[in-house]
Design a protein around this ligand. Structure first.
Ligand code: GLY
Ligand code: MN
Ligand code: MN
Length: 464
């Protein structure tokens, strides 16, 4: 590294540090006076004797810290100071440095370095936690944490509270208000910062590349898991070490199982292949679905159904802009899919009646989309107040999937045989953008993964 590289690395580090400090500031701003908030990191999960699943950090904890070790605790304290006005402090409790454990399981950051590198006001080791927490909770009016998220942690919090209450006779006061702060953190996570959007663009680019590679590599006779291996290879070689969720690689009728992850069948000439897969980068998920022919050419029935799903999907994406709602998009998609299914003879009746009855839902059996971010099904309310109609208005910085599909299982004898065994979903990741920046009102983060019939047949052509 030369001096310029060093400076650029330092600049990057400061930018990232600033991002996490800003997120904590935003959370502090919503804490009541004289309160304490607790966020628990995830623990490792045993896969089988002496082996663990790949570690996945608790996303609320990660959002506020960027700290990726298990078992840590973030403590945020908002005090009213008589002399200095508001006082806010962020403390971390984390695993201690331990040479033997580090030889076996890997390096640990340790409290001292965590304090410096992650911008905490102070950091302590986990062996101090049971003494320190009752002291920190004591005399606060409000205790905030995400209730019910982690049962072991709920019990731990109660044990700390009990300890405070045991000291009441000595003059201690326990918080009277236990406050579930999940909704606060979820709302913050729903609107992505520029920093988050940059990462989401990257993970989507990588994941689009993986779908293109899958199109290139697919051939009849290969197994679904071999195509899954191509996806994972492409994610990892570009820095997305893990998939954001178990990849769905579903040939033919397997596509009619919505969360099919067995991925152990051979691909059949003449079938479609549905792939729902996305990488995870710096904690952020991509969630992309493409459906394409195993032999590189759509049959007339596959093409007709595919183009119908694509028409509905493009129409919905066009309406992703500030002020619109999922409810509006659903009305549009219902109209397009229902009319298309009627024209293909898959539905029959009066069009207006079919639309009124949402008849397409017999074949479009899941939701139109969901928020996307640190979680693939990301947090944030879809309803406003108590309505059940997804009337929440889109706002710049939200990222969502738009993923209509049509599924006609092989054993559905209510439709003509020629349609059976076809399952199609097309899923893109869409960022809502202020219209003064982008006249469309959105940016399709997954536009690089081709989806027109002609482009898909071209992308599949190299092996056929
Ligand atoms: N990959 C799961 C979903 O599309 O929601
Ligand atoms: Mn998906
Ligand atoms: Mn999805």
């Amino acid at each position: 590294m030369n001096i310029n590289d060093n400076l650029s690395h330092l600049g990057q580090t400061l930018l990232v540090l600033n991002e996490f400090c800003t997120r904590r500031e935003n959370f502090f701003a919503q804490m009541p006076q004289n309160s304490i908030a607790l966020f628990k990191a995830a623990s490792e999960v045993t896969r089988s004797n002496d082996t663990e699943y790949a570690f996945c950090q608790n996303k609320n904890f990660y959002y506020l810290t960027g700290f990726n070790e298990p078992d840590a605790l973030l403590v945020l304290i908002k005090n009213k100071d008589q002399d200095n006005g508001n006082q806010q402090n962020a403390y971390l409790f984390c695993r201690d440095k331990e040479p033997l454990a580090e030889i076996w399981q890997g390096r640990r950051i340790g409290a001292e370095k965590a304090k410096m590198d992650y911008g905490f006001d102070d950091a302590f080791t986990l062996d101090e936690i049971d003494t320190a927490l009752p002291e920190l909770i004591k005399n606060k009016d409000h205790l905030l944490y995400c209730q019910g998220e982690n049962q072991a942690f709920d019990l731990q919090v109660m044990a700390w509270l009990t300890k405070v209450k045991q000291a009441i006779k000595q003059g201690a006061k326990a918080p009277a208000n236990l406050f579930d702060c999940a909704a606060i953190i979820h709302e913050l996570r729903l609107i992505k910062s520029d920093h988050e959007i940059t990462i989401m663009r990257q993970v989507n680019d990588i994941s689009c590349g993986a779908h293109l590679r899958a199109m290139e590599k697919t051939q009849a006779g290969k197994f679904e898991y071999q195509i899954e291996a191509e996806l994972l290879h492409e994610f990892a070689r570009h820095g997305a070490r893990h998939a954001a969720y178990a990849s769905i690689v579903a040939g033919g009728d397997n596509a009619n199982i919505l969360h099919y992850t067995d991925n152990n069948d051979a691909l059949v000439n003449g079938d479609l292949l549905l792939i729902d897969a996305g990488g995870e980068l710096a904690g952020y998920a991509a969630d992309i679905t493409r459906t394409f022919p195993v032999n590189g050419h759509f049959s007339p029935e596959q093409k007709a159904l595919y183009e119908l799903v694509l028409k509905a999907q493009n129409a919905a994406i066009n309406e992703v802009k500030e002020g619109n709602t999922f409810a509006q998009l659903n009305i549009l998609v219902n109209e397009i899919l229902t009319q298309g299914l009627l024209e293909l003879g898959i539905l029959s009746d009066d069009l207006a009646t079919l639309i009124e009855e949402k008849a397409c839902k017999k074949y479009f059996i899941h939701g139109l989309g969901h928020w996307l971010g640190l979680d693939v099904h990301d947090v944030g309310d879809y309803q406003v107040n108590t309505d059940k109609q997804q009337l929440r208005k889109f706002k710049a910085g939200m990222v969502m999937t738009i993923e209509p599909g049509l599924y006609i299982p092989l054993d559905d004898d209510s439709v003509d045989k020629k349609w059976r065994g076809i399952g199609i979903r097309i899923e893109d990741n869409i960022l809502v953008v202020d219209k003064s920046i982008n006249a469309l009102g959105h940016e399709n983060l997954t536009a690089k993964a081709v989806k027109s019939v002609a482009d898909i047949e071209k992308a599949c052509a190299s092996t056929h």
